[in-house]
Design a protein around this ligand. Structure first.
Ligand SMILES: CC(C)(COP(=O)(O)OP(=O)(O)OC[C@H]1O[C@@H](n2cnc3c(N)ncnc32)[C@H](O)[C@@H]1OP(=O)(O)O)[C@@H](O)C(=O)NCCC(=O)NCCS
Length: 123
């Protein structure tokens, strides 16, 4: 077994600008339907949640390592963040070719930045 981690930090403003200038095309390329529903439900704070999910996907790409990335060409929507009933984020890996034992994530965001940390356990 090997533990691999990845972290990412992003400016909320960068994601806000992408959403406002590219619109639905950006949202549909990067986020799953469930992620969009979650972020849109947050109304005024929605860009923080979108940015956090963007950071989560980048952190997951890092944690899943070059080897897995080259083999299976992971796309943005292969990695989905869903929150449980307590608000805790969970990562769904939707690409069935990616074989891992376990994955966990932690997210934080404030007015200017969002950060995500992902830990993967794999063979
Ligand atoms: C969960 C909690 C700690 C989040 O902290 P926060 O400073 O308000 O918010 P942050 O910006 O740092 O983090 C927000 C993210 O926390 C994550 N989060 C929410 N509830 C969570 C939980 N129960 N467990 C783990 N992560 C959680 C989510 O991913 C959320 O982002 P998202 O909605 O975009 O997915 C806080 O809201 C809370 O419930 N506190 C209750 C009191 C408590 O238990 N304090 C700790 C005592 S040791």
């Amino acid at each position: 077994m090997k533990i691999s981690c990845g972290v990412d930090i992003i400016e909320i403003e960068r994601i806000k600008e992408s959403i406002q200038s590219i619109g639905d095309a950006f949202l549909e390329r990067v986020y799953t339907k469930s992620e969009i529903e979650y972020c849109e439900s947050k109304k005024m704070q929605k860009y923080q949640h979108y940015a956090a999910r963007f950071a989560a996907k980048e952190a997951a790409f890092k944690a899943l390592s070059e080897e897995v990335r080259d083999k299976y060409l992971i796309s943005w929507k292969d990695i989905e963040v869903l929150n449980d009933c307590n608000g805790r984020p969970r990562l769904n890996i939707l690409n069935k070719d990616i074989k891992i034992e376990s994955i966990d994530i932690s997210i934080s965001h404030c007015k200017e930045y969002a950060v995500a940390n992902v830990v993967v356990l794999k063979d």
